[in-house]
Ligand binder design. Structure first.
Ligand SMILES: [Fe+2]
Ligand SMILES: [Fe+2]
Length: 594
């Protein structure tokens, strides 16, 4: 009799799991494994250099303005046609040629804002919300929870706004040639002055953002509530399966990062879910199968290969499947070492995006369309777009050699492709909009934070405004509103947050009544409403709390000729009888017999 069965896993499978090793050991191991040199380099490139650029910008603008005004003055003294022409060229040239630089500058500023200001606001808001929910003296109806959270958000926005103004007022603006004159540069003085300028710019922009968040929060009067009971089940037209967080692993006996040996092994639970779904589809056909992210556990090649192999067994489900990327598909740097930071240009991140794009192309490349950024109308299908020009060659080179041009190309593709749109299949149907809600992350500490980029929000608004009689299912990985219950852990509220959820809601709310939001990420089973906006949160097929895990939902929708969409029924399907299933074998039985 063997002393130990390899198939049961061992301590190596628990290295990244707080459940397997405990938080203390995990933190200790992370401190030891952390690459401080890489982290310092990443900090320099992602924070310090962009901040210096932002700080130098006021000097460049003011110096240029003085130069231009000087020219204006001289033109005033001698207003010849020639000098007017020179002046026009002086003004128009930088505007024309500098548009590219301007957009790069705005990108740098936005990146810094999302990296520094948004997380501070979310953390402050959630701390205050948590405190407000712990204050004694009230019963916790969902309306009360909403009211307390609103007050906490208003306080957070005010506090941050005042802090931003205080920061801006406490720093002196450095302007003039001393920052941009290459002949008289004193590096440390320039750096100090530029960082001071950056602090002032961010102070003011933080105050402005806080004012916007405050205004948004004050406009939200509708509480977040559980979805009321079904309307008219008999009138349902569309049946849609909603699964999430499959966390497919790449090894037959592999465990998942989060749960280690305390969780399910292999992919049997996912296979069981698909098998059950296929049986449901055979008895009452499903219109679509929606999977809201974390399809894989760490976005590795082996995991994607397993997933593609698995759904090959279910062609009927595969042909109606839609996917969005989750943080585990894109942002896990190393599934065996959560301490490992990454650099923004790393091949690992590029490959994880590439794998998702390839999977999407195989599964729904012909159905999903890009949105033309200029016109807001539907562009080419994803498959068509990916095969334009030398793009296939570049992407293949990335897959094969990790080429630098391939990395640049996948970054471009990723930026251009979301939101993807699947138009309605038939008249009086509904379309599907797929969003990428993953914030750029280079470390496991921040891998699960979400953000929907401003370019996606713009395209989403165009699609919704341009189709006023269509109904839409909007898919993303991250949750848009917090569940209306008390006692949610602070680390979940901050670490798993969609930072600009208010911006997303503001884009969707004008179209409430003809949109439904579906997401995963929190591994929680919930259907709710805020105002007229319906939200469906799918649990994980493999992970999460005992009461939710191993489940998925079948939603039934009724779509009206004017694009109105209503959920008429919601059926929860429980799949895995036990999460300790060992790829077809029962672990406990094997242990007993061993
Ligand atoms: Fe997940
Ligand atoms: Fe997730």
């Amino acid at each position: 009799m063997p002393i130990w069965d390899f198939r049961f896993g061992d301590a190596d499978d628990n290295r990244t799991s707080p459940y397997g090793t405990g938080w203390k050991s995990l933190i200790f191991a992370n401190v030891l494994e952390f690459s401080y040199l890489k982290a310092a380099l990443a900090f320099l490139i992602l924070i310090v250099i962009p901040a210096l650029l932002v700080g130098v910008a006021p000097s460049i603008i003011l110096t240029y303005s003085r130069h231009t005004l000087g020219t204006v003055a001289s033109v005033g003294r001698k207003p010849t046609l020639f000098l007017l022409l020179v002046l026009a060229v002086l003004i128009v040239l930088p505007l024309w040629g500098g548009r590219r630089f301007l957009s790069i500058g705005l990108d740098i500023f936005r990146h810094l804002h999302y990296t520094l200001v948004f997380p501070i606001f979310v953390a402050l808001r959630e701390v205050l919300r948590t405190v407000s929910e712990r204050l004694p003296g009230m019963t916790f109806t969902q309306e009360h929870i909403h009211r307390r959270r609103r007050i906490a958000t208003v306080f957070a926005a005010l506090l941050l706004g005042v802090a931003g103004l205080a920061l801006a007022m406490s720093v002196e603006l450095s302007v003039g040639l001393k920052l941009v004159d290459a002949g008289r540069v004193a590096p440390w003085a320039v750096a100090r002055a530029a960082l001071g300028n950056a602090a002032m710019v961010f102070g003011f922009s933080t105050a402005a953002s806080s004012a916007i968040w405050l205004w948004r929060e004050l406009r939200v009067v509708e509480p977040v509530l559980d979805w009321p009971q079904p309307l008219q089940p008999a009138a349902s037209l569309f049946r849609v399966a909603h699964l999430s967080d499959l966390h497919v692993v790449g090894e037959r006996y592999g465990y998942r990062m989060e749960t280690g040996t305390q969780g399910p092994q292999g992919n049997k639970c996912v296979f069981d879910a698909m098998e059950r779904l296929a049986a449901i589809h055979a008895s009452r056909p499903l219109h679509r199968v929606l999977v809201t992210g974390d399809i894989t556990d760490a976005g590795t090649r082996a995991e994607w290969a397993e997933f593609i192999d698995l759904i090959e067994h279910f062609p009927e489900l595969r042909s109606r499947m839609s996917l969005v990327p989750g943080n585990h598909d894109i942002n896990i740097v190393d599934r065996t070492n959560t301490a490992r930071p990454d650099l923004p240009w790393s091949v690992g991140k590029a490959l994880r995006k590439l794998r998702f794009v390839f999977a999407l192309d195989q599964i729904q490349g012909d159905r999903a369309h890009l949105v033309d950024r200029k016109s807001g109308s539907l562009g080419p299908s994803l498959s068509h777009y990916l095969r334009e020009g030398e793009r296939p060659k570049l992407l293949r080179a990335l897959a094969e050699y990790g080429s630098v041009r391939g990395r640049l190309e996948i970054a471009k593709v990723w930026e251009a492709m979301f939101p993807l749109v699947e138009p309605a299949i038939e008249e009086q149907g509904y379309g599907v909009i797929l969003l990428d809600s993953n914030a750029p992350s280079n470390h496991s500490l921040t891998n699960a934070i979400g953000v929907v980029s401003p370019t996606q929000l713009r395209a989403l608004r165009s699609v919704l405004n341009g189709s006023r009689k269509s109904a839409w299912l909007i898919l993303l990985h991250h949750q848009v509103v917090e569940y209306p219950v008390v006692g949610i852990r602070l680390q979940d509220r901050i670490g798993l947050a969609l930072m600009n959820a208010l911006d997303l809601l503001a884009a969707i709310t004008p179209h409430a009544g003809r949109t439904v939001i579906l997401h995963g990420h929190r591994h929680v089973d919930w259907v709710g409403i805020t105002g007229k906006t319906v939200l469906c949160s799918a649990p994980s097929v493999t992970l999460g709390m005992q009461e939710y895990r191993g489940r998925f939902s079948i939603h039934e929708f009724r779509v009206s000729p004017t694009g109105g969409i209503q959920i008429t029924a919601n059926e929860r399907v429980k799949v895995s009888p036990t999460i300790r299933s060992l790829d077809g074998l029962d672990r406990d039985r094997i242990q007993e017999s061993a």
